[in-house]
Design a protein around this ligand. Structure first.
Ligand code: SF4
Length: 353
């Protein structure tokens, strides 16, 4: 009976601001937030996320629609969809506009998107284009290159820009030993990446802040609207932590945000696209199914920024830069030779030819 109640609660839960504030009294066993000095309690446990991720797609869809409704009603319709032109936010925009057709979409035109993505976004009505204040080449010059991962790039920046100023942080980042003497593997730079501390170029996680977050913040300040974002917990550990901490509808964040697909998996996105026969940007190629009925695309796997080096070391060949050489040779030449990505990729030993 207890399980049934939990299931009902978490499967079809409305997740209003009231629900979330009640859940914030739960205790969490996540040690990472203590490393980062964040004492906010998680609103969800990992088992709830795993259970939600295993649900049949029709339940996930019903849950997402409930969360969209709750968000929209809570803010009296003063909402927008953060639209990147990728397949996840294409699904999100469709889901939201099926319920509330007037909701605007907002696209940050960083200059780093595939040209096909830009053209795809232009096909939609009611999309606002935002521009970052600084171009990418200035960002890498001023702050550093986005390499390996956001977390590692942040740790490298902390050490290389604050040497000697914070000995406790330095020790944690280099050895994983926290101020209390405990070993915290997630707080350190893995030995493999210590070489970044001596790289002949700057490393930093700041690029997203400047190129994407700042324009959105400015837009939200000017309009007073709050966003729907097509983020999924399965995409990275940071996103999972964020979801466990706030749930789908993060009403009490400094920057409130709804992520109604947070418990979806990549295959669910394909399921939605196929069921609704939605077009996706040309750069993805065709959607196909393999022998085990798993969806995949014949073109690029991800349509994020073309020049981003986050995660490229984990990709099988052909990686994003090798694919780019075939599909967009002029842009490849620009990023590799003119911007200086050749030096960065050589240093982290990632092929690009
Ligand atoms: S995804 Fe990468 S390249 Fe794009 S804004 Fe973020 S850090 Fe920069």
């Amino acid at each position: 009976m207890e399980l049934a109640l939990h299931r009902e609660d978490f499967v079809m839960g409305y997740e209003t601001a009231h629900d979330v504030s009640e859940k914030t009294t739960r205790t969490s066993s996540d040690p990472e937030k203590k490393v980062n000095g964040n004492s906010k309690k998680n609103v969800l446990d990992t088992w709830i996320l795993k259970t939600r991720q295993k649900l049949d797609f029709k339940y996930k869809l019903a849950m997402s629609r409930l969360r969209i409704k709750a968000w929209y009603e809570h803010y009296n319709g003063d909402v927008h969809v953060s639209f990147s032109g990728g397949k996840d936010s294409t699904v999100l925009l469709h889901m939201v506009r099926e319920m509330y057709p007037e909701v605007p979409g907002v696209f940050v035109d960083t200059g780093l998107e595939y040209p096909e993505i830009r053209s795809f976004v232009k096909q939609f009505d009611n999309i606002t284009f935002l521009k970052p204040k600084m171009p990418f080449h200035k960002v890498v010059e001023k702050y550093g290159w986005p390499v390996v991962s956001k977390r590692i790039a942040q740790y490298v920046r902390e050490i290389t820009t604050r040497t000697g100023k914070n000995e406790a942080t330095r020790k944690l980042r280099l050895t994983g030993i926290g101020p209390d003497g405990r070993y915290r593997p997630w707080g350190r730079i893995p030995p493999k990446w210590h070489k970044l501390l001596d790289a002949p170029f700057k490393v930093s996680e700041k690029c997203c802040d400047v190129m994407k977050k700042a324009p959105f913040r400015q837009y939200e300040k000017e309009t007073g609207g709050v966003p729907f974002v097509g983020m999924m917990a399965a995409e990275s550990r940071n996103r999972q932590l964020l979801y466990l901490r706030n749930g789908c509808n993060a009403f009490d964040l400094k920057r409130p945000m709804s992520t109604p697909m947070a418990f979806w998996l990549n295959q669910d996105v394909f399921e939605y696209l196929t069921q609704h026969e939605l077009p996706i940007a040309e750069v993805y190629g065709q959607i196909r199914q393999d022998l085990s009925c798993r969806y995949y695309t014949t073109g690029v796997r991800s349509t994020g920024c073309m020049f981003c080096a986050f995660g490229v070391h984990l990709e099988h060949e052909p990686n994003r830069f090798q694919l780019m050489k075939r599909t967009h040779p002029k842009i490849w030449k620009y990023v590799i030779d003119k911007l200086g990505m050749r030096e960065v990729l050589d240093f982290i030993e990632v092929p690009y030819e």
